[in-house]
Design a protein around this ligand. Structure first.
Ligand code: ADP
Ligand code: GLC
Length: 601
């Protein structure tokens, strides 16, 4: 969900808005009337939403396109444009609804639903989701949490943009679910909104289709393009719920790209069916907020003046901050660890929103992420040369280390201490510390493997080290899921020295693969990695507190010392880490409790 480090090279982010007028040029002269049904933010709806009808989506035959659309479109405010207008309004390449005979649903997996749990319906709205599109941890969470919630008797629909970069394999499995036209802000246009559906393991994925907004290769490009894209997406997601007549109890939004959803819900959509839903906004990374000048955001959203105030979207003299607005309007705010929930209320980590978050702290909660045990499983993962579990890790992990060394052209030597790092290569991740300590880390007994893409500066530094330490340092400047699995399995330790880390998933993956994390004590890293204690032998990894290269080096050296001088205790930690519960089970329950808290009836 990063502006700065989409895989496969995203263009650098222009943090500052191009002039409002830049986009205006595209607008037709005549501005469409904005439907300003703005109700006061405080207005609370107590009425329980009616139970959403489960979608019966069965393999629609190719020709059934028209029939497949729900009979009643009835989006309260999304009036279909007159036929003539429709023609013009259609995106250049109008709605290429793919008429696929492929069934929407895959053979249902045996999901064990805890039917004694109260049932709730939840719409997840976010900008990425594995396996369709993933640039970082948000993609993992959008995949794993809904699956776990299904088990907790939730009816979950995940709403995503239908990016052109979604692999064909999944595009082919999507089934046409309907289409309508939606006005958008002051653009004076009606935009095509197609809905393509895919159902997997009890989770329904609805992809919002519009080629004008989603045809680029990467999800994130730059703010000039991304601001209109996610204004459109947030509004279209709510309009699609109305269109499908699937009204969730909870709308659960993620990061700035979906942060306008709570604002739309309590203004333009308040008196529409979906207006009854409660909203939760989860912060995965406070650094990205979606900031642009007010006229531009007003142009693309049509939101009333009443939301462009200091308590909501307004920031500074002339800017609108989409995340800030969402935080003000959401019924609950969560972030992805308890420590980060505290940190973001301080100047050091608050990214300028610390006072706003402090003001809303009554509705803020930290719930730590987990990992999906199906997706991250060394016992079954086909990418590994030898699979292993808790019972036989000590017999089989070494084969993975040797295979990794071979794959990456490193000296094949069981005795070397292999340190991995799997990350977006950005300022957040503490890579300046890593780069500063490499010369001291490379002592002849140690190998380093980096997997990541991102800022040129870091990519080049690691390439340089690969040349400087031939056969001992591997810089894989790429995004490669299966190679990531092989590094988690083949390395002895994994570095996560982040400047800030809302949760962090790589340390969880590493522990689950029996690889010891070396982390900075911040955010979720602090909450998930207990420092190894030399005296008691307790702990899961090696930690340091202040953001200093000397402290990172010290932590790495403590890890090496244990590895080289006390392998028995090292192996104990390996097994303890594999045994540690880093699944979604507990955390998903906390989300479910939050849903229940908001929907007491
Ligand atoms: P963030 O969301 O800040 O990028 P997380 O630790 O939460 O960090 O999640 C990162 C996720 O992306 C993990 O699943 C990690 O394995 C994966 N990942 C990061 N970089 C790469 C890469 N170059 N190739 C494959 N997977 C990667
Ligand atoms: C963000 C954070 C990361 C977190 C992930 C998933 O990308 O940087 O710490 O694990 O979101 O919540």
């Amino acid at each position: 969900m990063k502006e700065e480090a989409a895989p496969k090279k995203a263009a650098p982010v222009e943090e500052k808005a191009a002039p409002a007028t830049a986009k205006k040029e595209a607008a037709p002269k005549k501005a469409a009337p904005v439907e300003e049904k703005a109700a006061p933010a405080a207005a609370k709806k107590e009425a329980a939403p009616k139970k959403a009808a489960p979608v019966e989506k069965k393999a629609a035959p190719a020709t059934a396109k028209k029939e497949a659309a729900p009979k009643k479109a009835a989006p309260v405010e999304e009036k279909a444009a007159p036929a003539a207008a429709k023609k013009e309004a259609a995106p250049k390449k109008a709605a290429p609804v793919e008429e696929k005979a492929a069934p929407a649903a895959e053979a249902p997996a045996p999901v064990k639903v805890m039917t004694h749990q109260p049932r709730r319906s939840v719409a997840f709205i976010g900008s990425e989701c594995y396996p369709f599109v993933k640039t970082g941890g948000l993609g993992d969470v959008m995949y794993a949490l809904p699956r776990e919630l299904v088990r907790l008797n939730c009816d979950v629909r995940v709403i995503l943009p239908r990016y052109a970069c979604i692999p064909k394999e999944y595009q082919d499995k999507m089934v046409y679910r309907g289409e309508f036209y939606m006005d958008l802000g002051r653009t004076g246009r009606n935009y095509y909104v197609g809905i393509m559906e895919y159902i997997h393991d009890g989770v329904v994925y609805d992809f919002i289709d519009n080629q004008e907004f989603f045809s680029t290769g990467n999800p994130y490009i730059n703010l000039v393009d991304d601001i209109p894209k996610y204004c459109f997406f947030s509004k279209a997601a709510l309009a699609a719920l109305n269109y499908m007549n699937w009204i969730p109890d909870i709308v659960h939004c993620h990061d700035w790209q979906a942060a306008l959803v709570p604002v739309f819900l309590k203004t333009l959509f308040q008196s529409s069916p979906v207006g009854k839903a409660k909203s939760i906004l989860t912060i995965h990374n406070l650094r990205f907020q979606g900031i642009y000048n007010i006229p531009t955001i007003q142009y693309w959203t049509g939101l009333p003046d009443s939301v462009f105030v200091m308590g909501a979207l307004k920031q500074g003299y002339e800017d609108a901050n989409m995340l800030k607005g969402g935080l003000a309007y959401a019924d609950r705010i969560t972030t992805v660890s308890g420590t980060y929930a505290q940190e973001i209320q301080t100047k050091e980590y608050g990214e300028g929103l610390e006072n706003h978050l402090w003001y809303h702290s009554q509705k803020l909660r930290g719930i730590v992420n987990g990992i999906d045990y199906g997706m991250w499983n060394p016992e079954t993962n086909p990418a590994l040369v030898e699979n292993y579990g808790l019972g036989n890790v000590l017999d089989h992990k070494m084969a993975n280390k040797l295979a990794l060394q071979k794959e990456l052209g490193l000296e094949e030597d069981e005795g070397k201490f292999v340190i991995g790092l799997i990350s977006r290569l950005t300022n957040q991740k503490g890579l300046d510390l890593v780069s500063a300590v490499i010369p001291q880390v490379m002592d002849g007994n140690t190998q380093v493997v980096i997997l990541g893409t991102g800022d040129r500066e870091f990519e080049d530094t690691f390439r340089y080290y690969e040349g400087a330490y031939k056969g001992q340092f591997a810089a894989c400047i790429q995004y490669d899921e299966s190679r990531a699995h092989r590094i988690y399995a083949g390395a002895d330790a994994l570095l996560v020295p982040s400047r800030f880390e809302p949760c962090g998933l790589t340390q969880l993956n590493a522990m689950h693969y029996g690889t010891l994390p070396i982390v900075r004590e911040t955010g979720g890293l602090k909450d998930t990695v207990e420092p190894y204690n030399d005296f008691t032998g307790s702990g899961n990894g090696f930690t340091f507190d202040r953001y200093e290269s000397g402290l990172l080096l010290d932590a790495i050296n403590r890890a090496k010392t244990l590895y080289f001088t006390n392998r028995y205790h090292w192996d104990e930690v390996v097994q303890r880490d594999m045994d540690k519960d880093v699944s979604w089970e507990n955390s998903a329950k906390q989300y479910k409790e939050l849903y229940l808290e908001l929907t007491q009836w």
